[in-house]
Design a protein around this ligand. Structure first.
Ligand SMILES: [Zn+2]
Length: 454
């Protein structure tokens, strides 16, 4: 089996959902040199097969009856390296959960983080995801994404509240970044070179990163022409902590933040930038940290004014409904994000706060607030727009990267004609694993199996 698409691949399916508003039943795609070379209806497909029969060896035909082909799915917020974290009881508060997560993974070796990240990347691929925005302290997820053959932006996490140490903490971050890139495996080196994977900086959240340190992260990302990713306004406690105070969050931080030269209570008292009656969003805006380069995860606690500020900044949001529900913090109201014209997509957050990494299930969780096609567009083209790569991928259009997922639906369903909304709804309702997944025209999943495993 030739898993590359040289010379030319023809993929036939019951339906092709392009994410451009145009969709075709009984259609086919031609993939050549990693790109979508043509989108064919049934007749065009037949005539191509007559002019270039498979037997000539010029064309490889993959017939996927009962499948719908979509653009590869996007997951705009996750932490793959927590994929094998011990199960933590459902429905406990965010900061109780985070303290348990930190405690349970603190003894992990780098190898355990690497294995956990790889398990997550594989689960993401099997469920049809081709592009991930991930935050990771170890950066092992960059390796996992590259080794699985997916695309992604990995934010190497940054923490530090003490303004006086910002310079030093940033230097240590740069050393971690250098170490990660200089020790990269062959797969990651290649992925970094061709831009399939990028490593950026991830200031963790407004309550764990001082504005001075965050500004260094913002400037570094801008100098590299990269977006950066962070958590924003995930909980009422975060809102209260920035706006005025939150003893709950003080207690959590005292437990998990690495010890510094001064007692933590002293450090908290010195933070002049909190307690200024600003929401987390206004806090970032006040310090010039909210701009078009930011991908902000969660955004649950944004009031109407915050949403206007957020939209004007042209920052992007990653809404994580299922994780927010499990940790009892949200969720955001998607229609308000649409009304405010905020660029956004969906994220799963990690397997430590979600039951799976299926972006179809994540999108299905937003029904019936929106149509199925709208929800599907938020894990394809809208998500690609949110991370500024919609010119290259995120929809099925000629010339775009052949990042594609094929999902099987029951043969009974295809007995009747359906409009595209019905196909999208069925797809979200069933949320099957992908039978085939291609990234830049190369198979990552073939007949339901990961090629990285073979
Ligand atoms: Zn997160």
């Amino acid at each position: 089996m030739n898993y590359s698409t040289s010379p030319k691949l023809l993929i036939k399916a019951s339906s092709v959902w392009t994410a451009t508003g145009e969709s075709l039943a009984q259609a086919a795609l031609v993939v050549e040199a990693g790109k979508i070379a043509a989108i064919l209806n049934h007749e065009q497909c037949q005539s191509l097969l007559e002019s270039e029969p498979e037997a000539t060896g010029k064309l490889e035909v993959i017939d996927l009856p009962d499948c719908v082909i979509t653009p590869g799915l996007f997951n705009l917020h996750t932490h793959l390296d927590y994929s094998q974290a011990p199960a933590i009881p459902e429905n406990i508060s965010l900061f109780t959960w985070m303290a348990q997560l930190v405690a349970s993974t603190r003894p992990w070796s780098p190898l355990q983080f690497a294995q956990s990240a790889l398990a997550g990347a594989k689960a993401a691929a099997l469920s049809g995801t081709t592009y991930l925005v991930d935050s990771s302290y170890t950066g092992q997820t960059a390796e996992a994404i590259a080794q699985t053959g997916l695309k992604g932006l990995v934010g190497l996490e940054l923490f530090g509240l003490d303004e006086t140490l910002a310079e030093r903490i940033f230097e240590l971050w740069q050393a971690r970044y250098q170490s990660l890139t200089s020790t990269a495996s062959g797969a990651l080196k290649e992925a970094l070179q061709c831009g399939q994977v990028a490593i950026t900086i991830a200031p963790h959240a407004p309550y764990t990163v001082s504005p001075t340190l965050w500004a260094k992260a913002r400037d570094w990302a801008a100098s590299q022409n990269l977006m950066l990713t962070a958590h924003l306004a995930e909980s009422q406690a975060e809102y209260d902590w920035i706006f005025s105070q939150s003893p709950e969050l003080d207690a959590y931080l005292a437990k998990v933040m690495p010890p510094g030269p001064k007692p933590f209570a002293t450090l908290l008292n010195e933070l002049t930038w909190r307690g200024s009656e600003r929401s987390p969003t206004k806090h970032l805006e006040h310090f010039g940290l909210l701009d078009k380069n930011l991908i902000a995860a969660h955004c649950v606690e944004l009031d109407t004014e915050d949403k206007q500020i957020f939209a004007a900044s042209k920052a992007s949001a990653a809404l994580c409904r299922r994780s927010n529900e499990r940790l009892m913090t949200g969720p955001a109201t998607a229609s308000e994000f649409i009304e405010a014209k905020i660029k956004f997509g969906f994220g799963s957050d990690s397997l430590a706060s979600n039951s799976d990494l299926s972006m179809l299930k994540e999108a299905a969780a937003w029904l019936p607030q929106m149509t199925a096609e709208q929800a599907l567009s938020l894990i394809t083209i809208k998500a690609a727009e949110a991370v500024n790569i919609a010119e290259k991928t995120g929809s099925i259009e000629m010339g775009k990267a052949a990042d594609l997922a094929a999902f099987p639906l029951s043969s009974d369903f295809w007995q009747n004609d359906h409009d595209q909304e019905a196909v999208a709804r069925k797809l979200l309702e069933c949320a099957p694993n992908a039978s085939h997944l291609l990234v830049d025209g190369k198979f990552v999943v073939y007949q339901g199996k990961l090629l990285a495993d073979s």
